[in-house]
Design a protein around this ligand. Structure first.
Ligand code: AMO
Length: 439
């Protein structure tokens, strides 16, 4: 790529006399007698441009005096040593300005603007380094995920977002008009990643998932990024826990190594690298603990208050933010989940399933899948679903589907929790929820 400009961070006093192009947004204009100082901010930092009468053409001096905050500015100029924070300034020879309107719709200095409004003006909002740091860290988390998947020989796939399958149950699915037919936005790439584990053996997919979730909470979006993993030839759910541990450790290590600068800008402590194995409690144990603490279940589902309670309990007992809940009842898991052969002594049918909880919130769900055609067919019926609608997905199990399993991690939630943000929307550039479709 051709050099377009120097970032603020690339210039040093040692470059005295060099002709450079810098560009960014005006964050400060200071006029002292016959000098106008302009502080220009780009994504990497800030630098000073000096407009001195008699040193720069008159029209440049006048322009500098009247420039508005957040105007975009391209400056071709010379580096000169100066008593600034960075030890240099830029003496402009040629300047191009794309002016900004005033007043600005959000407060870019005191950060008094609430999140909802900031999201309406994301471009301005992202010129605030502290806010942009979240997304630089999010990108590192995503890189880390892809990196470890490749290290472990997983193949990256892309499966369709529009389909006729409803993988996770019908309640929160978005229906779309597909010419003259009904189709759905995927709630997850679940069924397709299973189909491909049956050939590539290890696959992963990074992409959007959609939930018509009418709840307005700090952790639910209607569109989120799902980090999906599926692998063949597993012996049991333990293989999934082991892999989830490695993924989380790798993500945290990379954030510590490559995200230090952004963590500092955000004022967040680097996350601690957890020890392997993470604590495991069964769904049964979890419900007993919650009963003792008088936190009611939602049917057999563990409510978010329950996750929070268990998170604190595990933190006190094992000093870690990450733990697994396993062996969920069949009633609360999807049709594709494998059951244990024998029910519990109390007659409960439990599944080879897992949730990963981080700082008291679910960040991943997974399971061993049912790969035996006849058993799967029965499970579809048991859930009250029509096997016909599963078309090729079901048929594929007639041609040697290996034992397999997998899980999905929510990128948005991981980012929120790792950076101690209060709302998942802080970690999403243009969040989608029941009230927001714009911008
Ligand atoms: P599940 O529905 O639990 O599992 O989703 C997996 C992970 O995705 C994230 N997530 C969400 N994030 C933001 N807003 C939402 N509305 C939302 N819903 C889910 C969470 C969650 O842990 N097919 C299975 C996974 C599998 O078994 O492989 C599934 O979709 O972090």
């Amino acid at each position: 790529m051709r050099k377009l400009k120097y970032f603020a961070s690339e210039i040093s006093p040692q470059m005295e006399g060099m002709l450079v192009r810098v560009a960014g947004w005006v964050v400060k204009v200071r006029e002292i007698g016959k000098i106008v100082f302009i502080i220009l901010r780009d994504r990497e930092g800030e630098l000073q441009v000096i407009f001195k009468k008699n040193e720069v053409p008159d029209e440049l001096f006048e322009m500098a005096k009247n420039i508005t905050i957040m105007s975009a500015m391209i400056v071709d100029g010379k580096v000169r040593k100066a008593a600034t924070k960075k030890g240099f300034e830029i003496v402009p020879l040629r300047v191009e300005v794309i002016p900004s309107d005033t007043p600005l719709p959000i407060d870019i200095f005191q950060e008094t603007t609430e999140l909802n409004k900031r999201i309406n003006y994301r471009t301005l909002d992202m010129r605030i380094h502290k806010h942009a740091a979240i997304f630089r860290l999010r990108a590192i988390i995503l890189d880390a995920f892809r990196e470890i998947m490749k290290q472990y020989d997983f193949v990256e796939i892309q499966s369709p977002v529009i389909a006729v399958y409803v993988a996770e149950g019908g309640a929160n699915v978005f229906r779309v008009n597909y010419f003259d037919r009904a189709a759905y936005l995927r709630q997850s790439p679940q069924l397709y990643k299973q189909l491909m584990a049956g050939a590539f053996e290890r696959v992963f997919e990074i992409g959007p998932a959609f939930r018509a979730e009418p709840s307005y909470t700090i952790r639910h979006l209607t569109e989120f990024i799902s980090l999906d993993v599926e692998l063949a030839w597993i012996s049991g759910v333990e293989d999934l826990l082991d892999l989830l541990e490695d993924i989380m450790i790798h993500i945290i290590a990379k954030v510590r190594n490559e995200g230090k600068r952004y963590l500092d800008i955000l004022g967040v402590e680097p996350p601690k690298i957890p020890d392997k194995p993470f604590p495991v409690i069964s769904h049964k144990e979890a419900t007993l603990l919650l009963k003792k603490a008088k936190i009611p279940l939602e049917g057999k589902e563990i409510p978010h208050t329950g996750e929070q309670y268990l998170g604190k309990y595990i933190k006190e007992k094992y000093d870690t933010d990450l733990f697994f809940i396993t062996d969920f009842p069949w009633d609360v898991r999807p049709f594709y989940t494998m059951k244990y052969d024998t029910p519990t002594p109390s007659g409960e049918i439990v599944t080879k399933s897992v949730d990963l909880i981080y700082k008291g919130m679910e960040i991943a769900t997974g399971s061993q899948r049912e790969h035996r055609y006849n058993v799967l067919l029965n499970q579809i019926k048991e859930k009250g679903l029509n096997p016909k609608v599963f078309g090729y997905y079901l048929e594929a199990f007639r041609y040697g589907m290996p034992p397999h399993g997998g899980f999905a991690l929510g990128l948005d939630r991981i980012t929120m929790l790792m950076l101690d943000l209060n709302n998942v929307r802080e970690a999403v550039l243009f969040p989608r929820d029941p009230e927001r479709l714009e911008p």
